[in-house]
Design a protein around this ligand. Structure first.
Ligand code: 5AD
Ligand code: FES
Length: 371
């Protein structure tokens, strides 16, 4: 089947079959891949033109009670110096970000019980009381619905929780028994139900991933309808059980297409399936290829998440080996990104960057939901 036909078919139906996915992920000619990326990019243009939203990422704790087999922050990794930022340090990062033009901050951390519900709420309220116009995103893993509700009432607007994989067996091969496939999904549905803008996502090329598991990911995304989907290549971290594995997708000819090609193809496919979706060009993509984030944007991504964490902790948030942006000053980092984005004809905008279906007035002001 002709690639143009497949693409107009999935664009029209806003759905995809496993056979179509298999063809699109196995394009071996660069010119065919470019057709896919170009359609992804053009679709993004119809909603966002050449605007790129920025989110300031504050990695406030690298402690984690979980033991995911792929992740450098896992509790069994003793080869990592752990840190926690206190409220005043987090607020200082937010201030710094605000001055640099950020109107979204993402508080991200491992699952660290030190930050109990009240502590998280207090931090969220602290940010909200000084900045009414900033979107507050949390990314602190699985909690109870009541906790999510409390964070929301304290002023949080968005929540990022990658589903990691929508295939149960695959999930169980990447996580120890104590972690629950169902609970993670329940969290995402609860978050949406509470009223958060929600982001899910997955790695590309993690051990055991196949075209079929990726198809399950797309099915899950079409069902859950998140506002954002973050994807990036699996990058082995040497101190983890999967540290010796190479990224690959079963069913994709690895000698012809790299995991980077598959990631870019998936960005384009997600964009075509859901034109308004917020899709970040992730740090993992930028780590896998020096031009990875630019290539992500040129394939349909529209968000970048620069690091706003204090410089002295950056090299400690090592999800995977070789992570970029562990040195530069935040301000330098942003300037360099701005230039990079400009160089491909796009522009970083200072805006909350909400999903187009979520009107700004739907969000709380001063900690209260205002609908
Ligand atoms: N390679 C790529 N991404 C990773 N993540 C965790 N470990 C790795 C790795 N080795 C991703 C997970 C997690 C997010 C914060 O980072 O998807 O949800
Ligand atoms: Fe918890 Fe990775 S294992 S953040």
């Amino acid at each position: 089947m002709d690639i143009h036909n497949i693409l107009s078919h999935i664009a029209k139906k806003k759905d995809i079959t496993q056979e179509e996915l298999c063809i699109l992920l196995n394009l071996t000619e660069q010119k065919d891949r470019e057709v896919l990326y170009n359609i992804g990019r053009e679709t993004s243009y119809t909603v966002y033109q050449r605007d790129v939203y920025i989110r300031g990422l504050i990695e406030f704790t690298n402690w984690c009670k979980n033991d995911c087999y792929y992740c450098g922050l896992r509790r069994s990794n003793t080869n990592l110096e752990r840190y926690r930022l206190q409220k005043d340090e987090i607020l200082a990062c937010v201030e710094n970000g605000y001055k640099l033009g950020f109107r979204t901050v993402v508080l991200q951390g491992g699952e660290d019980p030190y930050y109990d519900d009240e502590t998280v709420c207090d931090i969220v309220r602290g940010i909200r009381s000084s900045h009414k116009d900033i979107a507050i995103t949390l990314s602190i893993g699985e909690r109870d619905r009541e906790s999510y509700q409390a964070f929301f009432e304290a002023g949080a607007d968005r929540y990022l929780l990658r589903h990691e994989t929508a295939d149960r067996k695959h999930y169980e091969s990447l996580h120890p028994d104590e972690m629950s496939f169902e609970h993670r999904r329940t969290c995402l549905y609860d978050l949406k139900d509470i009223g958060y803008q929600v982001g899910c996502g997955f790695m590309v090329g993690s051990p055991g991933q196949s075209i079929h598991t990726l198809y399950e990911d797309l099915r899950f995304i079409l069902d859950c309808q998140p506002h954002m989907v973050g994807i990036g290549p699996f990058l082995p971290q040497k101190d983890t059980p999967l540290g010796g594995r190479t990224a690959a997708v079963e069913g994709v000819d690895g000698t012809r297409s790299s995991v980077l090609d598959v990631t870019l193809a998936l960005i384009s496919i997600l964009r075509i399936l859901s034109p308004k979706l917020l899709i970040p060009a992730t740090t993992a993509l930028g780590t896998a290829d020096p031009k990875g984030r630019e290539r992500g944007i040129l394939s349909g991504a529209n968000v970048i998440m620069p690091n706003l964490s204090p410089v002295n902790v950056r090299d400690k948030y090592l999800l995977y080996d070789g992570k970029i942006c562990t040195g530069e000053e935040a301000a330098e980092c942003i300037e360099c990104l701005r230039r990079r984005i400009k160089s491909i004809g796009y522009e970083i905008v200072t805006d909350r960057g909400d999903h187009p279906d979520m009107m700004a007035h739907e969000f709380h002001e001063g900690g209260k939901r205002n609908v």
